[in-house]
Design a protein around this ligand. Structure first.
Ligand code: GNR
Ligand code: NI
Length: 172
């Protein structure tokens, strides 16, 4: 397993539309393992492959990490098959938009289908943090970041904050 560096905005590679995985094989599972390790290393609860520069429709997630217990899940070629009209607002962050936290409105409940790491089709009904996180990750597969859901003003403030933090990091 290997930790892969996570791209940060405004890296143009984050805008790629990810391609479907056509066979879930050993290479897919190796990538998933690297993604899981990279997600834990970065203290994230989810990660899309495009965030490590691989534009494939693969997401990993672990929403119940506590007491060092890990329960990683993989979602390959995920598809939202139903969304509620009801919306929910959650404060979101993103490993590709470090240190920015803003509320985003998304469907409160969703139904989804996806392939697991064995390539088996799975169905899922989600609400709460799982619904939020899955929609956040699926946005990444379309090249969309959570700040793209903010007003123009809030987005430009966020991007400026990000650029400033990057500059500070470079100059030390
Ligand atoms: O680690 C993460 N936390 C988070 C919190 C609220 C809503 C979404 C997320 S996902 C984020 C990791 C990430 O950037 N995934 O793409
Ligand atoms: Ni993200």
């Amino acid at each position: 397993m290997a930790i892969r560096p996570i791209l940060t905005a405004p890296d143009p590679r984050l805008k790629a539309v990810s391609k479907s995985v056509d066979s879930v094989d050993a290479a897919t599972r190796r990538l998933i393992d690297d993604m899981v390790e990279s997600m834990y290393e970065a203290d994230g609860i989810g990660l899309a492959a495009v965030q490590v520069g691989v534009a494939q429709r693969i997401i990993v997630m672990d929403l119940d990490q506590k007491d060092g217990k890990q329960n990683p899940r993989a979602f390959i070629n995920p598809l939202i098959t139903w969304r509620s009209e009801e919306v929910a607002r959650f404060e979101e962050g993103c490993l590709s938009v470090p240190e920015i936290w803003e509320e985003v409105e998304r469907s409160a409940n969703i139904k989804a289908e996806f392939l697991d790491r064995e390539g088996h089709k799975q169905l899922l009904e989600a609400d709460g943090l799982l619904a939020t996180c899955l929609q956040h990750e699926m946005d990444h597969l379309e090249g969309v970041l959570f700040i793209d859901h903010l007003s123009k003003l809030k987005r430009s403030i966020a991007l400026r904050k990000l650029q400033k933090a990057k500059r500070l990091k470079e100059t030390g």
